[in-house]
Design a protein around this ligand. Structure first.
Ligand code: SF4
Length: 101
């Protein structure tokens, strides 16, 4: 799932993924156990966001599972705005032939 596209837009251009506040994180691995998309991993002793673009666009469920509130996401309205921008950028271009149909 890493890389790839989301609705014909490059996933890596969509800034949607969790951020861990290391001051709050308990390293209890609740997020690792909860998320099946291999977003988190343990790097030495700390839980880290290892594969941010594996995160499902718009999903923030792990944030509600974290007992210490260490996981945050961007604002959804910022996501909506970015998706609008990217849809315009990657919309199929109309050719003269298709426009005349
Ligand atoms: S669930 Fe929260 S406290 Fe636990 S490892 Fe993940 S980010 Fe840290």
């Amino acid at each position: 799932m890493s890389g790839g596209t989301y609705q014909n837009m490059p996933r890596k251009e969509i800034p949607w993924y969790p951020t861990i506040n290391t001051d709050l994180c308990l390293n209890d691995n609740v997020c690792i156990d909860f998320c099946s998309n291999d977003v988190f991993k343990v790097d030495d002793i700390h839980t880290v966001v290892a594969n941010p673009y594996n995160c499902v666009v718009g999903c923030s469920s792990c944030g509600t599972q974290c007992p210490s509130g260490a996981i945050t996401f961007p604002e959804k309205r910022d996501l909506v705005e970015k998706l609008r921008e990217l849809r315009a950028k990657y919309a199929p271009q109309k050719t003269a032939a298709s426009a005349s149909r």
